[in-house]
Ligand binder design. Structure first.
Ligand SMILES: Cc1cc2nc3c(=O)[nH]c(=O)nc-3n(C[C@H](O)[C@H](O)[C@H](O)COP(=O)(O)OP(=O)(O)OC[C@H]3O[C@@H](n4cnc5c(N)ncnc54)[C@H](O)[C@@H]3O)c2cc1C
Length: 110
C-alpha cells in the first residue's frame, strides 16, 4: 500500500554532528505497525531534487499522531531536509513487509 500525505513538522534537531532527529505529525501514523517501515520524503516543492528520499521510521506515537526519523545529512536531499523547521513537507509512506514474507526464505533462515 502506498499512501501520500502532507506532514506537519513538529520538531527537528541536530542530535550529533550531521545526525538529525525529525518528528512529524499526520494520520499516516495510523498505518504504522511493524519494524522496517520507511517513508519516502519529497524534500522540496519542486522537481529538484526529483527523487524522494527513503528514511526509516525510528519510532511512532499513535496517540499524538506523530512519528520520528533519525537521518544523516549526507547529500543534496538530506541536507535540504535538515534545513526544514516546523513547516509543511510532503511524504510518501511505503511498507517494507513484502521483502520478508517468503515462506521459502523463512525455512532457509531457520
Ligand atoms: C529503505 C531505506 C531506509 C533508509 N533509512 C534511513 C534512515 O533512517 N536514516 C538515514 O540516515 N538514511 C536512511 N537511508 C538512506 C537515505 O535514504 C540516504 O541517505 C538518502 O537517500 C541520501 O539522499 P541525499 O540526497 O542526501 O544524498 P545523495 O545526494 O543521493 O548522495 C550523495 C552521496 O552521499 C552518499 N550517501 C548518501 N547517504 C549516505 C549515508 N547514509 N551513508 C553514507 N553515504 C551516503 C551517496 O552514496 C553519495 O555518494 C535509507 C535508505 C533506504 C533505502
Amino acid at each position: 500500500m502506498i499512501r501520500q500525505q502532507h506532514m506537519k513538522i513538529v520538531s527537528q534537531q541536530e542530535i550529533a554532528k550531521r545526525i538529525f532527529e525529525l518528528t512529524v505529525e499526520g494520520d499516516l501514523v495510523n498505518d504504522m505497525m511493524a519494524p522496517g517501515q520507511f517513508v519516502h520524503i519529497r524534500v522540496a516543492d519542486s522537481y529538484e531534487p526529483l527523487l524522494r528520499r527513503p528514511i526509516s521510521v525510528a519510532s511512532y506515537d499513535k496517540e499524538k499522531q506523530q512519528f520520528t526519523m533519525i537521518y544523516r545529512a549526507e547529500g543534496r536531499g538530506t541536507n535540504l531536509l535538515a534545513e526544514k523547521s516546523p513547516a509543511m513537507a510532503s511524504m510518501y509512506w511505503v511498507r517494507l513487509a513484502t521483502a520478508f514474507r517468503s515462506k521459502k526464505l523463512r525455512k532457509k533462515l531457520i
